[in-house]
Write a new protein. Sequence first.
Length: 579
Amino acid sequence: MAPRAKPRSKYLNLAPYVREQWRTIFYALLCTLVFTAFWPILAWLSGQMLSLLVQGKVLELAQLAAITIAGFVIHKLGQYGQDSLMSKAALEVALKLRVETYRHLQQLSLAYFEKAQTGDLTYRLTEDVDRIGEVVKKLFQDFIPSILQLVVVITYMVYLNWQLTLTMLIIVPAFAVLVGWFGDRMLQYSRTSQNLVSDLSSQLTEVFGGIRLIRAFAAEDYAVERFRAESQRHYEAKYRAAWLLAVQYPVIGLLYAGIILVLFLVGSWQISTGNLTGADFASYVTAGLLLIDPITHTTENYNLFKEAEASVDRVFELTAIAPGVEEAPDARPLPAVTGKVEYRHVSFQYKPDEPVLQDINLLAKPGEKIALVGSSGAGKTTLVNLLPRFYDPQAGQILIDGEDIATVTLKSLRRQIGIVPQETVLFSGTIAENIAFGQKEFDLAAVEAAAKAANAHDFITQFSQGYYAWVGERGVNLSGGQRQRIAIARAVLLDPRILILDEATSALDSESENLVQEALERLMGDRTAFIIAHRLATVRNADRILVLEKGHIVESGTHEELLARGDRYAYLHSQQFQA
């Protein structure tokens, strides 16, 4: 049986991001060379100073001390340049990686976000990316200088006495074996710990988002117990990693103490045989002491790299996900449209062998108001979600003004379709920013005009800061009707030729519904509109009503025509109005 190929390290995926910072890294490495080159010089100066001290040559010792101080200053300036430049490069890498990953997520299909955990995505874009940035910083600021320091100092030690150095190098590989073993275990524990933190974050997002339901069902104790159990699993994973570190440092410390003992024993033998002078041995011991710091840093950094490898894997797992909906390589902007929409033999399914829409044929003329009704799961929302290409059908075509929407750019397509959903999503910011959502710069007068058309101007001006009043997270400080009118104003400002109204008034009280319905009538005007509704009273004025059942259009006509036909629509109508 052939041996399994070793998986390619995802650290290599960081190469393009690091390469962009080559100039900063180059100057940082120049500072590293200055910093590293002075290690053996300082070791040699220390040996010479010790020799002069023993001989009692105070004047020469003072002169050499001044030179040593100057060398130390240059050494530390090199360290400053290395650390500051590498911090800048590492932060740039983390910034670029975070933004690129976020941009990639924006391109993924809605199907992905329907399954993904919000808390997990948040953790990957924050904590995991920060950990990767720290690794890049440590690699160039600490790990590479430590390796160079080891090479330079050991080379100097070989120059002083190769026999003594050879003895040490026979023992030192034990470090590499131990560090490698500990590092592999650390990667395993860190991957488990970080996955559990993501689960914990996701649970918190769900709980805080559904706190009203928890209170309603008096489920506080249940929620706390779930949180405690998840926290316990995270604690156990973190403790295993902490225990491993607690074992690692004493073991490596004992090994290092043994090496120092051997150093003195072999050094004494070399001095007794005349192969080493006292001053050289002092320099040699100083050089050996200078190895403590890089060896410690190398060990710590190796553990850090192994811990962060889990973060690298998790971030690049996101970037490896292919977008469910992609623009064609030769996609062109969709010109301004009149609003003619055509579905030709469109079929769609979320899962194999579970069709949601089957062979849909539909032609909406410019300015026509088409209502979609039917039982839950009939395919109404899916039908309109195909229009802005939130999903792509497995078969058939959708055309706007004769242009296949699969051949145009997504931005130009979606800019010509306005959507007013059942549950309005508002973001933290001002009311004006929410109405002009997606626009970096906007005309306040146009925002006000849109708000007036949406019957929102009156309640907005009642706030002390008017259009600059702050909207809390998810718009919690606004009523449902107010949020819905802001959504309508958002659509008015976009000025699309095609509208999708998805249960836009279903969750409102009578007063709010009247204001919203009036605003919707004003918004629809001469635009092509697709209206999804369960309450049939809201669609009786539509130009055409389509009844969907199990992914098929089973009826089409006006309200009066469908009632007179006495079929599925008439049955739905009678059920609602008898109730």
